[in-house]
Write a protein that binds this ligand. Sequence first.
Ligand SMILES: [Fe+2]
Length: 284
Amino acid sequence: MTDHYLGFGLGLRTPHFQDVLNTQPDVDWFEIISENFMVAGGKPKYYLHAIRERYPMVMHGVSMSIGSTDPLDKDYLQRLKKLANEVQPEWISDHLCWTGLDGINSHDLLPMPYTEEAINHIVARIKQVQDTLGRPLLLENVSSYISYTDSAMSEWAFYNEIVERADCLMLLDINNIYVSSRNHHFDAQDYLNSVNPARVRQFHLAGHSDYGTHVIDTHDHDVCDPVWQLYRQAVKRFGPISTMIERDDNIPPLNQLIDELTIARHIAAEVEAGEPLIREASRP
Ligand SMILES: [Fe+2]
């Protein structure tokens, strides 16, 4: 168990605000979408503060666009820092992706070409972000449906190299690994095996839409069996890592998500009680 282990959490979503306050459910922590709370006041802020008083929280952003060739948005980073001062999150994360170009936001988390040039570019930008925020950043692997002919390495080699060189941390999205493994025909276990356990701070679990020939990361379904199986493998490899379920669409009642979280708790407990963990590297 690491100093940073929070247990089992949920993404905090608007339809559940009042329920969380009323019932104070057995959830160890919540993850907020940072951009939803970059506002001066109002109801979201009221709930944010009330829930933060009762639960540990982490901040998860969707618009840093760390991979874009546009300059980093300094105003955005300052607003993110201001929110972090208010929330005092355990950590802050965003995605290893780009979201737009020439000031146009695609509102998509677009994958990077896996090249040395992109690594150099992103490492320099992560350092800038970490200097501004005064803390390490967690970067999440995105799911992808396209690849670039320019790519010179695997996604996991690219991800590992960036995280090592920038001295940042990983938010491993288990569903995204599964989705990309289906779309790009790689073995998801190879991905897990190549990641340095010392860098992994958080897991995401989510549902997706399976169209047979391709899979889309829609966050509108329950976590499916193959993703639970991959989660089991991830816990075997990385040990107890703070785990949460993301649900962004077709949002069920809070109790249903808490039941789903119980499955994660059971899998982690089974792994802990059973096979020895495969840990190789020490934590940074
Ligand atoms: Fe995710």
